[in-house]
Write a protein that binds this ligand. Structure first.
Ligand code: SF4
Ligand code: SF4
Length: 200
C-alpha cells in the first residue's frame, strides 16, 4: 500500500519531521498544557534492575505558573531547575514520560494535532477548555513540601486523554458550553487570537 502524501498547502506539522522544523515551528508545537512540568517519580521495584514505572504527581515544578501552565522563567529554566529536560527531536523519541496528548509526541508518532491544539484552534485557551492542561490541578508547589511527600500526590490523569479531546473538531458538549459562556450577560465574545509560540 502506498502512503498518502499530504496536500501541498498542508500545515508544517503534517509535512515536516521534528528534525526539519524551524525554531519557531518547534516552539509552537508545545500546546502549553503544563503536564510535563509536574513532578514525576520513578518507582524502584525490588529485585528488578531495569527502569521502573514512572508516575506523575500533582506537585508543580517550582517555576510552573498554575493559572497559565507556563514556565515563569523559560529562557533560564535549566539554570534555575537543573532537572528540567530540554526537549529535542532525540529526547522526544527516547523519554518515557511525555503525555499522550503532547504535540511533540503526536508529531513524532506521525499523528495529527487535535482540535484544541493552539496551532489548530488559533486560541491558546482551548488546551484548558478541553481539559488537557494542568490548570486547576496543581495541588502544591514542589518548594512547599519535603521531597518524600511527593509520593502522596501521585495522579494518573496526565497519562490519559480527556473525554472529547481526541479528534479534529470539538465535541458537541464543549461547543454548547462555549456558546452558553459567550451568550452570558456581560460576557463579550472572545476575539479569535493570532497564535504566538507558547512557553511552557
Ligand atoms: S505540549 Fe508537551 S512539552 Fe508542551 S507543555 Fe504539554 S507536555 Fe509539555
Ligand atoms: S519548563 Fe519551567 S516549569 Fe516546566 S519543568 Fe522546566 S523549569 Fe519547570
Amino acid at each position: 500500500m502506498t502512503e498518502k502524501k499530504p496536500a501541498a498547502d498542508a500545515p508544517f506539522w503534517r509535512t515536516k519531521s521534528l528534525d526539519q522544523m524551524s525554531d519557531a515551528e518547534w516552539e509552537s508545537l508545545c500546546d502549553g498544557c503544563g503536564r510535563c512540568c509536574l513532578v514525576k517519580l520513578e518507582e524502584e521495584i525490588e529485585g528488578e534492575d531495569g527502569p521502573g514505572p514512572i508516575h506523575y504527581t500533582s506537585v508543580g515544578c517550582r517555576l510552573l505558573l498554575e493559572d497559565t501552565c507556563r514556565c515563569a522563567d523559560y529562557p533560564n529554566r535549566q539554570s534555575r531547575v537543573p532537572d528540567c529536560v530540554r526537549l529535542t527531536p532525540q529526547t522526544v523519541r527516547t523519554i518515557r514520560w511525555l503525555p499522550p496528548t503532547c504535540g511533540y509526541r503526536l508529531v513524532a508518532e506521525r499523528r495529527d494535532l487535535p482540535w484544541w491544539h493552539p496551532l489548530v484552534s488559533g486560541n491558546p485557551e482551548t488546551v484548558h477548555e478541553a481539559g488537557v492542561s494542568a490548570r486547576g490541578r496543581v495541588a502544591v508547589n514542589e518548594d512547599d513540601i519535603p521531597d518524600d511527600q511527593s509520593v502522596d500526590f501521585i495522579v494518573t490523569w496526565p497519562t490519559r486523554w480527556p473525554r472529547g479531546a481526541k479528534g479534529p473538531v470539538p465535541p458537541p458538549q464543549i461547543l454548547r458550553d462555549r456558546r452558553a459562556r459567550e451568550a452570558a450577560p456581560g460576557v463579550d465574545k472572545p476575539p479569535r487570537r493570532s497564535y504566538s509560540p507558547p512557553r511552557k
